[in-house]
Design a protein around this ligand. Structure first.
Ligand SMILES: [Zn+2]
Length: 301
């Protein structure tokens, strides 16, 4: 960890849950290169600014702050949006540059993408991101090296390892935990899942949260908070607005993107009304003072 400090256990703010947003456009979807190729993105109608407004208004109404994991592609095109989100008191994290699956990258390419994003975001907000979330939870047993690269590049926490079959592993811890790595310590912050006889179910966001009856989600979060443990939720702007051309996508992608979509706003609003939420960095006690880690002085090697 930076300055040689060891991670502290989750303390008095533990019962504040963690709220996060992956700040990307509707066409930032992994593994659909044949339908939405990277070269077409610049010619597609962008809705990220309008869709994010819906989320920001909801957060304003409930006086909550979140972590926005910003995609480099979006930061480069809409710096004013990122600047405004930061100015409203939300934490700015990083979500990769072109929505790359991290396990398809080489360590060298991943390091380059991290530096590119840190430089871009630092230039917009004046402070460097300390948190990372990989597109489609793409840090798993295929690429444990990615955690070492994150720590070496000065990131203090990661939220990319899902305790779920297929995209991660049910063997992964279901609560925030500190990893000791050669490059330093790194917090790993998994999304909320519900343990069931059929395996872990993703109630922290996406189709899992949208399709699960709200009382079950509320019960799970209450139980965790009674034990001073936070739940991590994640949302996408596109869940609150337009999603073009997804009728051309494979069924599984359409399901993931649209199943229960009509419940999104209600479930989020009820969560915000029922529970306390803070950005991830604040929950971990890492909400460093503004400007304390300007990019040029960060421990980027
Ligand atoms: Zn994403």
């Amino acid at each position: 960890m930076r300055n040689g400090k060891h991670p502290q256990p989750l303390g008095g703010v533990a019962t504040a849950n963690m709220l996060s947003v992956d700040l990307e456009d509707w066409f930032h979807i992994c593994e659909v290169e044949e339908v939405l190729p990277r070269r077409a993105w610049d010619h597609l109608p962008s809705t990220v600014v309008a869709d994010t407004e819906v989320l920001l208004e909801l957060f304003r109404k409930f006086h909550v702050h979140a972590t926005f994991f910003v995609l480099g592609y979006v930061a480069a095109r809409y710096p004013d949006l990122v600047c405004r989100i930061h100015g409203m008191g939300h934490e700015i994290g990083y979500h990769g540059w072109d929505h790359e699956l991290v396990y398809r990258l080489t360590p060298h390419a991943f390091r380059h993408i991290l530096r590119q994003g840190v430089e871009c975001i630092s230039g917009i907000t004046g402070s460097r991101p300390i948190g990372f979330r990989a597109p489609q939870w793409s840090i798993n047993d295929l690429n444990p090296w990615a955690l070492e690269v994150l720590a070496e590049e000065g990131f203090l926490y990661d939220s990319s390892m899902a305790p779920l079959k297929f995209i991660g592993s049910e063997s992964y811890p279901r609560r925030p935990h500190a990893l000791k790595l050669p490059g330093g310590h790194l917090w790993e912050v998994p999304p909320l899942v519900l343990k069931t006889p059929l395996g872990n179910y993703p109630i922290g966001g996406g189709w899992g949260l949208r399709c699960m009856p709200y009382p079950i989600i509320r019960h799970r979060v209450s139980r965790l908070n009674q034990r001073n443990l936070p739940a991590l939720f994640y949302f996408h702007p596109k869940e609150f607005g337009y999603q073009g051309a997804i009728h051309n996508l494979p069924f599984i992608k359409r399901f993931v993107l649209r199943a229960g979509i009509w419940n999104t706003r209600e479930h989020l609003a009820r969560l915000l009304a029922d529970f306390k939420f803070v950005p991830i960095g604040a929950s971990l006690g890492l909400d460093l003072p503004e400007g304390m880690l300007p990019y040029n002085q960060a421990s980027v090697r």
